[in-house]
Design a protein around this ligand. Structure first.
Ligand SMILES: C[S@@+](CC[C@H](N)C(=O)[O-])C[C@H]1O[C@@H](n2cnc3c(N)ncnc32)[C@H](O)[C@@H]1O
Length: 297
C-alpha cells in the first residue's frame, strides 16, 4: 500500500468526514437530537464518561472538546456545570450541524473549524479540561505529535480526559466469517483505508475521499503523553463496548477482552494542579449503563 504523508492523510480524512456529514443528518435520529438539545440539562454522555467528568470536576471550568463532530457531546458538558465549552473539529460540514444544534440549545458553546495539529493561538493554555471521546485518536497519523498539540490547549494543572475504544479491538474484524479470529497485528503500522463515507452502522455504497484509520498501542499513548509533559492520573479498561453496534458481539464473553478505556492525564507545571483523585476505586464500583448517545447516522 502506498502510504500517504501525515498531512495528506489528515487532509483526506477531512474530506471524507465532510462527504459523510449529510448521511449522518439524514438519519431518523437527527430530529430527536435536534429536539432534545432544547433542554438545558440535555446530555448524551453515558454513565462511564459522566461519572469520570464529575470526579475530575468540570463544574465552573473552561472545557474544550477536540474532534467534537456534531457538537452533541460538547453541548452535554453544560449539564455537568461547565462554565464555557469550545468544540474543535476540522470538518466544516459537521460544525454546521453543531451550530444548528447550538442555536436550538439554551447554551452557547463556541465551535472552531481547525485541524488539531494547527490550532489557533487563542486556544493555547486556555482550558481546565480537554475532552477526547470515542473515535478520535485513530484518525491521527502521529499520536505523539497529536498529544503535544492537545497538551498545549491546557492551563498548567489542566486535565485531558479520554474515553476511547480499546486498541485490542483493532485486531478483530466484527464482519469476518469468524469475528473472534485475530485478523490484524496489534502493532500494525499501516492505516486501515476506507473509500466510502464514514457512517457508524452499515455501509453507504458511494465513493468518497479515502479515510485513514491508524492503530496506536497503549504503549504509544502512554509514551506520547509522557513526552508531551502529561502525567498519568487514571487509566481504566472496561468490558462494555462504546463503538459501532457490530462490536457488541465482543461483550459478555467468558474470556473477555477489554473493549474501551478511560484515561486522565494532567499537564505539569502548576504548583497545584486540579485535585484529581485516584478514580479507579470509585469507577470500579459503578454499574456501567449500556445506553449510548442517540444514534444519528
Ligand atoms: C468519530 S468522530 C467523534 C465522534 C464523537 N465521539 C461523537 O460521538 O460525537 C471523529 C471526529 O474527529 C474529527 N477529526 C478527525 N481528524 C481531525 C483533525 N486532525 N483535527 C480535527 N478534527 C479531526 C472528524 O472530523 C470527526 O468529526
Amino acid at each position: 500500500m502506498e502510504m500517504p504523508t501525515k498531512e495528506a492523510a489528515i487532509a483526506s480524512n477531512r474530506e471524507a468526514w465532510n462527504d459523510s456529514a449529510r448521511h449522518h443528518k439524514d438519519s431518523p435520529d437527527w430530529p430527536a437530537l435536534a429536539d432534545a438539545v432544547r433542554q438545558a440539562n440535555f446530555s448524551c454522555l453515558d454513565e462511564t464518561l459522566s461519572g469520570l467528568l464529575m470526579q475530575v470536576g468540570v463544574a465552573d471550568k473552561d472545557l474544550v472538546q477536540l474532534g467534537c463532530n456534531n457538537g452533541r457531546e460538547s453541548l452535554s458538558l453544560f449539564a455537568l456545570g461547565a462554565r464555557s465549552v469550545v468544540g474543535v473539529d476540522q470538518s466544516g460540514a459537521f460544525l454546521e450541524q453543531a451550530r444548528e444544534l447550538a442555536s436550538r440549545s439554551p447554551h452557547a458553546p463556541q465551535f472552531i473549524e481547525a485541524d488539531i495539529h494547527h490550532l489557533p493561538a487563542d486556544l493555547q493554555g486556555r482550558f481546565d479540561v480537554a475532552l477526547i471521546t470515542i473515535g478520535v485518536l485513530n484518525w491521527m497519523p502521529d499520536i505523539g505529535a497529536f498529544l503535544r498539540h492537545v497538551a498545549q490547549t491546557l492551563k498548567p494543572g489542566g486535565a485531558l480526559v479520554v474515553y476511547e475504544t480499546h486498541p485490542f479491538l483493532e485486531m478483530f474484524d466484527p464482519e469476518a466469517a469468524d469475528p473472534f479470529r485475530l485478523s490484524s497485528s496489534y502493532f500494525r503500522s499501516e492505516p486501515f483505508v476506507q473509500h466510502e463515507p464514514i457512517v457508524y452502522e452499515g455501509k453507504v455504497e458511494q465513493p468518497s475521499a479515502p479515510s485513514y484509520w491508524f492503530v496506536h498501542t497503549l504503549g504509544d499513548l502512554f509514551s506520547g503523553a509522557i513526552a508531551a509533559g502529561l502525567q498519568i492520573s487514571h487509566f481504566k479498561e472496561y468490558a462494555h463496548s462504546n463503538r459501532e453496534e457490530a462490536y457488541d458481539r465482543y461483550q459478555q464473553q467468558v474470556a473477555q477482552l477489554p473493549l474501551c478505556f478511560t484515561w486522565v492525564v494532567v499537564k505539569g507545571g502548576a504548583e497545584q494542579g486540579m485535585p484529581i483523585r485516584d478514580l479507579s476505586d470509585w469507577l470500579g464500583d459503578r454499574a456501567v449503563r449500556r445506553d449510548r448517545c442517540p444514534r444519528h447516522e
